[in-house]
Design a protein around this ligand. Structure first.
Ligand code: C5P
Length: 234
């Protein structure tokens, strides 16, 4: 497959056209941003880790009945994916209070929930990705009720599968963000699953092994990403 012209450059990835209809190539960068682009930096080796980790997890999810955009890994940074029409929602699943949940609701980080929460943000940089609910998403014509029901069902199933996967590696899945897309009439999982988009805490010490180390200037960001890579064995 040929990598043709660049279609788009996002905060963490570039997207290229290919010579095959319906297929794109995503190329992961080491660039890191936080707080809607206000904080910028580089996490050396992040592109490789996020690419290979996403691909490993997407293959695991596929084996367990979740349709994803993953097609094939080209190399450490580049992957062939299906070209989807992205549903402009950030779908966040939480098992433990942290981040914006703790801040907004005055809850200490680390409180474990009896059942996971699912929330939506409207993917819109100009508005700072505001929190919305199902009826707002429908009013804004971001998705249909059927699509929202499907997305929630898939998000909760993905949570069960990922929690089980990470705990085997001595990692607690605190929360994560997913994006979905439309592909030939179906809703499939798109984007990435990586330490950029998940909160991952060591099971025994609660040490943070994710992008919060960059967001909060905690140091040893690269070390945390490498630790996840070692534990997942890729
Ligand atoms: O900041 P907040 O607590 O809402 O983040 C919840 C989860 O979603 C975290 O795992 C975070 O890494 C992820 N997230 C993301 N991209 C965003 C916002 C949140 O990957 N734009």
């Amino acid at each position: 497959m040929k990598k043709l012209e660049q279609l788009y450059e996002g905060k963490a990835k570039k997207v290229f056209k290919t010579d095959v209809e319906d297929y794109l190539i995503v190329s992961y960068k080491d660039d890191a941003t936080a707080f809607n682009g206000l904080k910028k930096g580089t996490i050396s080796g992040k592109g490789e880790i996020n690419n290979l980790m996403s691909n490993q997890l997407f293959q695991y999810l596929e084996k367990n009945g979740i349709s994803t955009h993953f097609v094939e890994t080209i190399d450490e940074r580049d992957t062939v994916v299906k070209s989807v029409d992205i549903v402009p929602l950030e779908v966040i699943v939480r098992n433990v209070a942290a981040g914006s949940f703790s801040k907004r609701l005055g809850v200490e980080e680390g409180l474990e929930f009896e059942q996971p929460t699912v929330e939506f943000s409207y993917k819109n940089d100009d508005l700072g990705d505001p929190l919305i609910n199902d009826s707002f998403a429908i009013a804004l014509k971001l998705a249909s009720q059927d699509e929202i029901d499907k997305i929630k069902e898939m998000a909760l199933k993905i949570n069960d599968l990922l929690k089980a996967y990470f705990i085997e590696k001595n990692i607690k899945l605190i929360d994560f963000k997913l994006e979905f897309g439309r592909f030939h009439g179906d809703i499939i999982l798109a984007d990435e699953i990586s330490p950029d988009t998940c909160r991952l805490w060591d099971k025994d010490t609660n040490q943070k092994l994710d992008k919060d180390r960059f967001r909060r200037d905690m140091g040893d960001v690269e070390g945390a990403y490498s630790e996840v890579r070692n534990r997942l064995g890729f």
